[in-house]
Design a protein around this ligand. Structure first.
Ligand code: FES
Ligand SMILES: [Fe+2]
Length: 437
């Protein structure tokens, strides 16, 4: 068996590859995804007009009733299927504009103005609905079983932070499977190759604070660690000081969150303030569409410039469009976000993974598929998948780290990696001393 296969053997692996990208109801992938809370939209966008929103292959409508309570209903009215996207927000629910059937946030039909007063039709209707919560500037939903008693919403830590400016950005919709994105985040070798992510041109004002000359960018040395929320990737690079390593981590929280510490975090001159933590989450629309909802925390006093950049144009093509470039994305190189989009989309909307040839540098992708595989099996066995615990309440802490660590203190593991939360973390100054004690 090659290391591209999970333990259960080739046919199970083939089945897994088929099941993994599926998001609809009744599919193994979709049933797994339905054990988690998912973002629906930003709170700020849900005002006095309903919003059509497709989630996990289901066409739904989000709205706020007249009291400000958010709801999520099936988009087609139970009467004769008109779209509730054109419904009227009422004090106690959403009214279909066609014949006035009105629904509360739990799908109960509370009015049918054209029916006889003694009709019992209302009581027989239970329109499709899903529980929602509003927290951290986001409307969330749970689309799994036991809707009346869903597991607690795990609050993603960044959105609860008060030690900086939290930013949310939505609207980046992609036309391929969400796993193309997530697997990219388990595949950090690409950052050096595709994005040319190397440190160069340290600004003069920062030079007194540290020696950022990093050796051995290629191949990027990567370790992969499974965590209770998902997994993390750790790169450990040699610096100009043999006693100090430069460590970077990226985290994946199942099934749709990714996190990085930000290319500027922990940099001099003021290590305590120069922290940007970034990442985001995916709103899965269907098997071949998703929306990125990015979040980031910019701590006060950040160094706003960046000296981690892609390779210069003469080494790597140009961002200028060439007249003879007939590709869909011409002049695509030089902007990491665009580079990721182009390569992920180019894999195909649902890539045929049977045709892949995975290598050593794909260990992160393989780990991620094992984790997803286990989650699919757990759900099929009636268990909760990773990261869902009905007794658990509170934060989903997804640590990331970016900075210097003394060689003799560097241990890589799920439990002992430095965390960025609350300024903790083993960030070192140029003398190797802890910045956060
Ligand atoms: S179609 Fe909605 S009330 Fe008739
Ligand atoms: Fe990337």
């Amino acid at each position: 068996m090659s290391d591209t296969q999970v333990e259960s053997g080739p046919s199970a692996y083939q089945k897994l590859l088929e099941d993994l990208p599926r998001t609809g109801p009744g599919t193994r992938g979709g049933e797994m995804l339905r054990r988690y809370w998912h973002p629906v939209c930003l709170s700020a966008n849900l005002k006095d007009i309903p919003i059509a929103v497709r989630m996990l292959c289901e066409d739904l409508v989000a709205f706020r009733d007249g009291k400000g309570r958010p709801g999520l209903l099936g988009i087609h009215c139970s009467h004769r299927l008109a779209s509730l996207e054109y419904g009227q927000v009422m004090e106690d629910g959403l009214m279909c504009s066609y014949h006035g059937w009105r629904y509360d946030t739990q799908g109960r039909c509370i009015d049918q103005p054209l029916e006889p007063r003694d009709s019992d039709l209302k009581g027989k209707i239970r329109h499709l609905w899903y529980p929602v919560e509003e927290w951290g500037g986001v409307i969330w939903t749970y689309m799994g079983p036991d809707k009346e008693n869903p597991p607690p919403l795990l609050k993603i830590d960044v959105l609860a932070r008060t030690d900086g400016e939290v930013k949310l950005a939505d609207g980046d919709v992609r036309n391929y499977n969400y796993l193309n994105w997530m697997e990219n985040f388990a595949d950090m070798g690409h950052a050096v190759l595709l994005h040319g992510m190397v440190v160069r041109d340290l600004p003069e004002e920062l030079k007194p604070f540290n020696d950022y000359s990093i050796k051995n960018w290629m191949p990027l040395p990567l370790e992969f660690v499974e965590t209770d929320y998902g997994m993390k990737t750790v790169s450990v690079l040699d610096t100009g000081d043999p006693k100090v390593k430069f460590v970077n981590t990226w985290s994946i929280a199942m099934p749709t969150h990714w996190r990085f510490s930000g290319i500027r975090s922990g940099f001099p001159p003021d290590f305590t303030d120069e922290r940007q933590e970034g990442g985001g989450m995916i709103r899965i629309i269907d098997d071949t569409h998703f929306e990125l909802i990015r979040y980031s925390l910019l701590r006060k006093g950040n160094f706003r410039g960046s000296f981690v950049v892609g390779l210069p144009p003469d080494k790597k093509g140009t961002v200028d469009k060439k007249a003879h470039d007939k590709r869909r994305y011409s002049g695509w190189e030089g902007v990491p976000a665009l580079e990721d989009l182009v390569l992920q989309e180019s894999q195909g909307d649902i890539p045929d993974r049977r045709l892949e040839h995975l290598g050593t540098s794909d260990r992160g992708v393989i780990m991620m598929r094992r984790i997803w595989h286990k989650a699919l099996e757990d759900v099929a066995d009636g268990k909760n998948p990773k990261g869902v615990d009905r007794r658990q309440k509170g934060m989903l802490e997804v640590d990331t780290f970016h900075g210097h660590v003394k060689v003799n203190e560097l241990k890589i593991g799920a439990e002992n990696m430095p965390s960025s939360t609350e300024g903790r973390g083993l960030i070192r100054d140029k003398n190797g001393n802890l910045v956060f004690a």
